[in-house]
Every structure is written in structure tokens, then in C-alpha cells.
Write a protein of this length. Sequence first.
Length: 656
Amino acid sequence: MEKKKIISKKKEINPSDVTICDATAQMLEKAKRDGVETAFDRAANMKACPIGADSACCKHCSMGPCRLSSKDPYGKVGVCGATIDTIMARNFARMVASGSAAHTDHGMSMLDLFREVVKGNITDYEIKDPDKLEEVASSIGIEVEGREINDIAMDLYKELERTYTQVEGEIPFAKRVPEKTLETWRKLGIVPRGAMREIMELMHRTHMGVDQDYENITTQINRTALADGWGGSMVATEISDILFGTPSPVSVEVNMGVLKEDHVNIIVHGHEPNLFESILVSVNEPTLIDAAKKAGAAGINLVGMCCSGAEMMSRHGIPHVGNFMSTEAVLITGAVDAMTVDVQCIKQGLAKVAECYGTHLITTNPRCHIEGAQHMELDEHNPSACTDEIVIKAISRFKNRTATIEIPSIKNIGVHGFSHEYINYMLGGSFRASYTPLNDNIINGRIRGVAGVVGCTNPRVKQDWAHVELVKELIKKDVLVLQTGCSQIALAKAGLTSPEAAILAGPGLQEVCETVGMPPVLGMGSCVDNSRILIAASAMVREGGLGHSIAELPVAGAAPEWMSEKAISIGQYFVASGVYTVFGVTFPIIKETKFHKLLFEGLEKQGLGKWGFSPDPKEMARMMIAHIDKKRRELGIDKARERVLMDMADRQALEA
Ligand code: SF4
Ligand code: MSK
């Protein structure tokens, strides 16, 4: 019998169905005309594997791969006898190990750079924020009084190196953890020793035939995630601030309208700030500006993307062109002369799109090469050799542009750069910098609680939609929102990072925002900068009046459009620190299994936080607010809130 030919037809996407970012949608329309494919098209044509999505398969040895059933999870076991709980816990553990490795390796690179700067072997970077250096050093017990900056810096380096290499004991930043939270960790045996040891042990324990008890695996999951949040990520943030400056609020332009047709456009995308800092020097080099002008350009336009961009907008007010799901779309403008990338969240698909438009896609980090991209390694001993060359390549592409250019004329302005130091100062004032006003406003109920809304964008969800809907709902209910990473950019594009957005907040939060002149949504930087949220939470505990551990605070976290393993590690370190953390999109565990119950209920009973899940942002907000209200009740401050609402109602009645 003649076999019927099956002609598979690719599903076409409708841009307005896959993103609420108008600039990205406009570029997806252009992509269709230009015959260019993006991750949005691939997602529409790639059905996610349902067994993989539930983590119900194992390929840890060649007796498998073993596929268990999501519908009947206890119906069978792997060839070795591994149960569904073991298999899911091991898979989840390896996501945490990988995410934690990414952040800690980034942090270690920053620390390597810091050491070489302090030793004088690298001279193109310097200690820009000596106050922060002293503050970080004293926070972990290093004497600073009357000492030379370089001596303090060397001691700080030696101490922070333990974050990675220590085999026994507690990581240095454990000293910053509120006492009661730390006690819980000690009791559970989850205070990290050193990141290398924790990640190594987690990989060992998840090897075939080692740890086959989901509860015991979870102990090491917690320890490894905490080695990220209070270790690698925190070191990355603190050292970057010391070397490049601690952010303070700055007005920034965001969205694709920041590209300029008559300029040489260069985008930096990735995560490590040193590449961006050096390229910033190169674009200001008079000979290179002259070269750009000779090529017919009005100048050189340097803009950021993703988390590199989030760091640079916070430190220097450099315009930001978009988040993770816009990285291909921005190349479709045809206006990008060079996109340079270092590590993390860099889609391989960029190489093909860049080729279509003649854009130079340049990798600069030895850890990340991409087939089809040009590799030009950044050597911190002589960074301009790489970054000048990138600018020269961009100029030559400008001179020989052939691609049709279409730049969406959309720009949004917001205020970003709220480091925890600045929040302290902003609320308390320069003479009494403290978290007291924040705590007071939470206690009196003007601010109901604090939410961290962070994380990626993901083509399985309408881009930016879940972030924006969730945050709008939270601020409407008087919840102050702290943000990092791609989520922050989603809200910036929606106009919610400007002080004027206070009008969208509930009456209590609006009053606080208007008094201080701040937006209801505070952008704190890149995804490693989630450590700033941990420090802010610790400061709230220390300030008093809101319990003695992070788990007692009226706070919650969310990553409504997460996609990376780093996001899972971040979620887990927030949970292990005591925060109720709700994820969207999908959760890589089968419901109604023992492992699920442990993550979603059991950890809270141990004195930690817990996971939550909902793909619906409104439901997510409801869950977070219910948790915040529960914490307020437990703290006995729920009545204060009722009083404030009564005051407000009274005032409105008077006004009427
Ligand atoms: Fe299958 Fe066990 Fe091997 Fe995993 S470790 S692939 S469950 S036999
Ligand atoms: S870049 S990890 S997509 S936030 Fe940090 Fe954005 Fe998520 Fe990457």
C-alpha cells in the first residue's frame, strides 16, 4: 500500500498573540516579511515534551533512559528501581546545581578580576566605591578603621574566596543572615560551606545509585541554592558595586526606540559587567568617534540588553533596548551594527538572525562560543584590544549597511538603580538612613507587604504579560514591588517604573510613593542582583517589629515567566531563606507526589519558605497577597492595616 505523504506545515504566529511588547510585535511582523525565524516561531512549532515538563524521565545511566508516567506517577519505577520522587528530586537538584554554578562562576570571575585589580596586575579597572568596600568588609568582620583601602581589599578578597573554595565551615556572608534564619539552617544542616563543594556534592548525590531519598536530596538542594543566593550571587553583586559603583536612581530610556538609525548601534547582551564597562570606554574614545563620523554616522550609540543592560542602566543610565525574548527581534530592525555577548541567556538562534541582517555577533568570553558567531576574547589585562575592535567592526558594518532598517519608535522612561543602600537612604534620609520608615509603613499598613517580582520572559507565555498583570495587581493592593532582570524591563516598557505610576497603586502605597517621590516598582538590577533583595529582607528583620526571621516577614516572591535553570536556583534560595515563592509557566514536578508536597508545604513546616505555582498572574497575586496577609496576622499587625483603610475611607468620605 502506498504510504500517504504527510506534509508538515509550520504554524504561523500572530505577533500580537505572543507578546504585549509593541516593538517586538512590530519586528515579528517584519521578520515574517523578511522570512526570518525566531524563538517565538520555534516555540509554536515545538510541542514541549509532557514527560520532560513534569521531570518524569531519567537519563542518568544507560540502563535507561526511563520514562515514568505523569498520569500514574507511582505506577512504575526506573530500571534501577528509582521512584518518581527520586527521579524528580534528582532532576530538580541538577537544575539547581546548574543555576547555582552559573551565578557562582560569574561571581568568581568578578572576584578574580577584583584580586588582580587589588594586586595592581590589572589597571584598566579600579575600586570605584571604597565606601561600599568598607561596608562589605565590616559586614563580615574585617577591621576597617584607619586601614589602607588596598589592605582592606586584599583581606576582603581572601575572605570572599572562601565562598567558593572552603570545604568546611560557613560561607562568609552567612554573617549577614538574620540570626533566627541562620539557626534554622544550622538545625537543618543547610548552611553552605563553599559553592564548589556544595555543587560537587549535589552532582555526586544525584548520580545513579547514590542518594535515593527525595528528602535527603532536598537538604542538599537547599544548601546548594543558598550557596548561590548568599554566596556566588551576593559576591557578584557586591564586588561589581565595589569595582564599578553602587547604583543609585537614574532616569533611563527603555525599548527599541533607543536605537538610532543615523548612529553606529552597538548592543551588549549577557551578564558580566566588565565587558560593558570596557566597551563604554571604547565608544567614548575620540579616535573611534571620529572614525564613526568619517563613516557617515552621527555618532556611536551604545545600548544594553537583558541583564548586562539592567546593570548598566542602573549604574550609568545607559539606555536599555529590551529583555530576553526581544534579543532576536532587535536584530530584525536591521539597525544593529554589532551585538556583543558574554555569558548566559544568549540564544544560539541569534547567530542565524544576525547573519540575515549582516550584524556582527561577537562572543567575548572563553566560556561561551557560538557556532556562526565571531569570537574575540576579552582579556581584562588589555580590554580595549577587544572592545575597540568590536567598535571598529560595528563602524565598518554601518558604512556598508544593506539591510532594510525599521526601528519601532517606542521609548519609555523610568527610574532604575535602587540598590538596597539607596532604599535605606531614600526612606530614612541622609541623617538617619535606615529601614525604619519602611518597617513603620508596613506596620501601620500603608504598605501591605513587599514582593520581589523577577525572572525571565518565555515564549510559552505572552511576552511581558504575566509580569505586568501581576505587578499591577500587587501595587493596586498596596504591595511594594522590588524587581530585577528581564521582569524589570517588562515593567519599564509598561511605564510602571516611573514615579508617576504611583497613581496605579493602592491609597497607602501611593501616599508613601508620593511622599518619597519613588515609583511603586523599584528596579534593583540584574538577575544576580536578587541578592540585593535578600539583603533588604535581612535589613527589615534587623530593623525590628516584623519578626525575627525572613520567614516571618510579610513578603513574597514570583517569577511569572521563568525559563532558565538559574531561575530555579533563585526560587529555591528564596524558599530556603524563608520566602513564599510563586512561579508561573509550568512547574517541573508532578502534583500530588511526595516531593511536590515537600516543596509546596513541607519546607514551610521546617521553618523555611515554600513554593507556589500558578500560570495565571491574577491568581498568583491573590496567592501572594493571601500569604502576606497571613504573615501580618501572625505578627499581629493586621489590625493596623484595617485602621489605615478606615482612615482612607474616612478621608474619601470627607472629600466627597
Ligand atoms: Fe533509569 Fe535508574 Fe538509570 Fe535513571 S538511574 S536511567 S531511573 S535505571
Ligand atoms: S537575563 S536568567 S532571561 S532574567 Fe538574567 Fe533575563 Fe532570566 Fe536570563
